[in-house]
Design a protein. Sequence first.
Length: 248
Amino acid sequence: MEFNVQRDGLTLAGIFEPAPHPTGTVAILMHGFTSDRGYTSTALLVQLATRLRAIGVGTVRFDFNGHGQSDGSFADMTVFNEIADAQAVLRAVKTRLHPQHIDLLGHSQGGVVASMLAGYYPDLIHKLVLMAPAATLKDDALAGHTRGLDYDPHHIPATLPLTADQTLGGFYLRTAQLLPIYETAQAFTGPVCLIHGAADQIVSPIASQRYADVYATSTLHQLPGASHGLDGDARSTVLQLATDFIQD
């Protein structure tokens, strides 16, 4: 069912899919940079949601601002305002659905957002699954190399052409350079499952290793041969690891 959320005048397009036999847990799923909540049966978050509902966990997926069907311009997107998006969804889940537990699952940049949100709300979040979390986005911004873009990290322009259809805002990169990713994330002391492809060419597996180093209770799974999308032969393993972790 539709689960739209308002945040600072923007409508975030979301969907709530209840479990047939609910356990009282609701999971919020967060997509990555330039992606969306999933609109096809092959999308990672759609497949995760299906598996989670089968174990009694209701799911909420949503498009971050400037992505998918949500309001906003991609050029105005930053990690900070994606955290604001996620916080608004978290509040809506808590007040509308009244779950016993709330779990967060995030892929790529959605993993960074999920990790920081859990750090801000360690009292509300039960479990956390980070899949190829893109914490190296800070390193990339400091080095002046982001997703194929090269720029002077000390003189970042107002906008940069990311693709033929998308413009990346310079403020995204300026804020990325100063993000307290691990410092915020480590405030969450609950159970964390980290999943990363050993062959990830977009986000180095070192990102998940750093998370493992700062978390009080975490398990790191590095999947041989798996890419950033965690697709192909690795997909079934990812789905199994995530659902087993949430179900335990």
